[in-house]
Design a protein around this ligand. Structure first.
Ligand code: K1U
Ligand code: ZN
Length: 199
């Protein structure tokens, strides 16, 4: 298992739409393992493949000790609406309110290649929507008003210098233990200098 580097705002991979994963191979299972490890090291509740430089349509999440890996996820139902603050492991130190559905039903493929459905509410529902956006190249800052986005852009300009090559390196070891369940398993050399913020 490995803690992977996290790509930050400015890396073009965060703006790419992922393509459905054709099969759950050993490579995909290893990616999922490493994504869990990385999410726990970053103290996040979710992580999508593009955030670790991969184009598979896969994300992991763990809200209230419920680790889940979703492969080729799609939302079947959405209900309710609530505005609440979000952050993103790929845009450290930036926060903003986003309106999201309060209940979602999603379908995905598990690590054995079997389809399953989950119903989520509250923070878990918000997390699914945030991660699905990542798989479509969308970030939570895209929901900000123009004025808030300009302010955020200036703040990120200062913050981005900490991530040469748009790479965030994590310290291994900050690992939250997770139960292994059937549906879950639970760099760059920095050559590129940070350029103009992409906001
Ligand atoms: O995808 C990511 O960047 C991870 C991100 C997901 C997220 C989901 C829902 C709301 C906000 C952010 C995070 O894990 S941010 C950090 C975090 O651990 C957290 C966020 C909200 C509540 C509790 C923890
Ligand atoms: Zn994010």
């Amino acid at each position: 298992m490995a803690v992977l580097d996290i790509r930050v705002l400015g890396d073009p991979i965060l703006r790419e739409r992922t393509a459905p994963t054709p099969a759950v191979t050993e490579d995909v299972r290893e990616l999922v393992e490493n994504m869990f490890e990385t999410m726990y090291a970053a103290e996040g509740i979710g992580l999508a493949a593009p955030q670790v430089g991969r184009t598979e349509r896969v994300f992991v999440m763990d809200v209230d000790e419920n680790p889940l890996a979703l492969i080729n996820p799609e939302i079947l139902q959405k209900e309710g609406s609530e505005r609440a603050e979000e952050g993103c492991l790929s845009i450290p130190e930036i926060f903003g309110d986003v309106e999201r559905a309060t209940r979602v039903v999603a379908r995905a493929i598990d690590l054995e290649g079997k389809p399953f459905e989950v119903e989520m509410t509250g923070l878990a529902a918000r997390c699914i929507q945030h991660e699905l956006d990542h798989l479509d190249g969308k970030l939570f800052i895209d929901y900000m008003s123009l004025i808030k986005r300009k302010f955020t852009s200036r703040k990120w300009e200062k913050e981005a210098v900490n991530y040469p090559g748009f790479v965030r390196k994590l310290e291994p070891g900050k690992s939250r233990s997770h139960r292994v369940r059937s549906r879950a398993t639970t760099s760059s050399d920095g050559a590129r200098a940070p350029s103009e913020p992409e906001l």
